[in-house]
Design a protein around this ligand. Structure first.
Ligand SMILES: NC(=O)c1ccc[n+]([C@@H]2O[C@H](COP(=O)([O-])OP(=O)(O)OC[C@H]3O[C@@H](n4cnc5c(N)ncnc54)[C@H](O)[C@@H]3O)[C@@H](O)[C@H]2O)c1
Length: 319
């Protein structure tokens, strides 16, 4: 291994962790030295045709490998414990979204990152979707003027592996993060109608309304009831409407009398995300999605869940 390469590890090799493994193995300037999972079949698969060290106990991995950076891709309820151990070992951490299952845990993780002087990046992957980065640039350039309304639609079939959190934490946090990124402020009022108990004991459907200053509204339509997968964001502005499709990475711009397909250079979002994480670690700079971003998205998710539970809108501290 070249001495200048950063030493990386992945903890949790389930459906998402396997993608982290695949990408670290191809990224420049980094070497995937170790992985950990409780499942022997996944450990076997990871050890095939590779020099990567494979562990069942992630704590032993942290002790023995002294890695520079770690992806934490275990179920959400374990994020805090595993990420904290990794940060205590001195590693920079990329924790999958949502940052944790509660705000309290997220805050403790942020404090730990600060105390250990390491990066704690949250895997809000849609920020790295090329359709979204193109959209953000064009909004900043003022192409459709002020944003009036945002609609996010994220529906699809239920994945049985998702069990420890509901659809608001698991899926809506993607859209909440993007809405915060585009509007650059926090909602003043939050209202949700949710249904639970259909597929899991948590929320299975969400219809949510986030209200911001100046009557800007964001609508969230998120569920895992639909047989077909839709991941779409529509931004209505004073002078036009952008429609971004996260799955196809298509971006459309519509005006009253015209429609345009915008050229977007395709790239795998996770590859862009992990590259940005590695670059931040290498340059000794703050990662592009902070623990505070993760906590802010989680806070809004919790208020949506609470509003759904009580059936009333909730004023936030920002109001
Ligand atoms: N960014 C995205 O688009 C995206 C997509 C899917 C999942 N995720 C997030 O990734 C995380 C994992 O989700 P998933 O769908 O891959 O779950 P999964 O259940 O498929 O995988 C989790 C893996 O963690 C392993 N694991 C559990 N406890 C462990 C421990 N103590 N030590 C080592 N390994 C352990 C399990 O054996 C399993 O292989 C979740 O937080 C989820 O929200 C993000």
């Amino acid at each position: 291994m070249s001495p200048s390469k950063l030493r990386a590890a992945v903890i949790g090799l389930g459906s998402m962790g396997w993608n982290h493994l695949r990408i670290y193995r191809t990224l420049e300037g980094v070497e995937l030295v170790a992985v950990a999972d409780l499942d022997p079949a996944l450990r076997d698969k990871a050890s095939q045709n590779s020099n990567t060290h494979v562990y069942d106990d992630y704590r032993r991995l942290l002790e023995e490998e002294r890695v520079d950076l770690v992806s934490v891709v275990v179920p959400t309820r374990l994020h805090k414990e595993v990420a904290t151990d990794a940060m205590e070992s001195g590693a920079h951490v990329l924790v999958e979204k949502p940052i944790a299952s509660t705000i309290g845990e997220g805050l403790e993780m942020a404090r730990k990152a600060e105390a250990a002087s390491v990066n704690l990046m949250v895997g809000h992957i849609e920020r790295f979707n090329p359709a979204l980065t193109e959209l953000k640039e064009r909004l900043l350039a003022g192409e459709i003027g002020n944003i009036l309304q945002v609609q996010a639609r994220r529906v699809g079939p239920f994945q049985p592996r998702v069990r420890d959190v509901g659809v608001v934490h698991d899926l809506a946090t993607h859209d909440i993060d993007i809405i915060r990124l585009l509007l650059e402020r926090e909602p003043t009022q939050i209202y949700a109608r949710t249904r639970r108990g259909l597929k899991t004991e948590h929320e299975d459907t969400l219809l949510g309304i986030l209200s911001f200053d100046h009557d800007v509204i964001a609508l969230l339509d998120v569920n895992w009831l639909s047989p077909s997968k839709v991941r779409q964001l529509t931004v209505f502005g004073e002078h036009g409407t952008f429609i971004a499709d996260y799955l196809t990475q298509d971006l459309h711009l519509q005006h009253t009398d015209s429609a345009e397909i915008i050229e977007v250079r395709r790239r795998e979002p996770l590859e862009a995300e992990l590259s940005a994480f590695v670059k931040a670690v290498r340059d000794g700079r703050e990662a592009p999605v902070s623990a505070n971003d993760g906590i802010a998205a989680l806070r809004i998710a919790e208020l949506l869940v609470e509003s759904g539970r009580v059936g009333q809108p909730i004023q936030t501290l920002s109001s």
